[in-house]
Ligand binder design. Sequence first.
Ligand SMILES: C[S@@+](CC[C@H](N)C(=O)[O-])C[C@H]1O[C@@H](n2cnc3c(N)ncnc32)[C@H](O)[C@@H]1O
Length: 331
Amino acid sequence: MSTTETTETTWAPERLLTSPAACLALRELGRHLAGAGFINRFGRLQIDDEKNEPLADLALGKYIDVAVASRFLGGPQATAALLETKAATITEESRFSLSFEVLSDGTAMAILPFLDSADDVPIDSVYAGTDTWLLRDQAWKYGLHGKRAIDLGTGTGLVAAFLTSRYETVVATDINQRATQTAQLSRELLHETAKSRMHVVTNDVAAGLHPGTFDFVCVNAPWVPAHRADGRIYSQGGETGFELPRRFILEGTELLAPNGIFIALCAELSFTDGSNPLRELLDDLEQNGFATSIEPTHAPHPFHAAADGTAETLPGLETARHVTAVVKRNP
Ligand SMILES: C[S@@+](CC[C@H](N)C(=O)[O-])C[C@H]1O[C@@H](n2cnc3c(N)ncnc32)[C@H](O)[C@@H]1O
């Protein structure tokens, strides 16, 4: 297959949002994928029927015939709108591909824009990783009761989209406008009820949100220390990596209604001087009307890139592990 591209691949989510034909294409794509039982958890691909393989290829960002793509996207006008907004590319041989991948757990879906280059990751790129699925699974486990949920630092919006199957109102927030624009596009993939439940907001942690009003709050907090994060918004957690998770935990738990549950994926660090900032923060919350616990995850060690353990990544660091911090507001 030749992939001689005739258009650029620069991703511009804000241009799609202002194109009704491009939004229609996303709605049609979401409808076809839901009908075909499409599940894509990073390589764990599933689809109900082999005849839907071209549809799965389209959703994975592979090249397929433009006429076939057009069938799944609501017609030539919608396909043209995607090309015009740089959300798709076409070759001289009429092979068409999307500039993004669709993530799906079979119910919730989200758009993950492809990077122009894996070597040059922009600081405002939109993140999804294996921990996204971990957050989704923890949300499945802990997000059981109530009407209102919020996904802080939503990225693609996948977990917020998932929460619409459990909650009447779901807010998805992020400080990165590129992420909130992408989450808005992800919303277009959902069926009408889910779409009407999901609201996307650009803000800093919990700024502007009413305290005490959410039954479930979740976050996959950035935890990488500044000197290792290259300024990337999705990973940089502050100087030691805990400054931003601390804010998410403090401000996120303030959002909880009585009996509400907060979960944060983050790193638990302990230092040779005996300090453990996450544990100490949760102990403080225990004194102020919350019940807390720390559940280790099966995700890789946060500082696994260090050659031998954790000592060289932060001064005085003794141990580090990836955990889910769970906080419940007492009745
Ligand atoms: C590790 S990513 C997780 C994204 C998504 N929740 C997921 O699990 O795929 C962290 C997210 O937090 C967002 N973020 C970083 N700083 C933030 C802040 N001060 N306020 C709100 N969101 C922030 C980033 O833009 C990014 O989308």
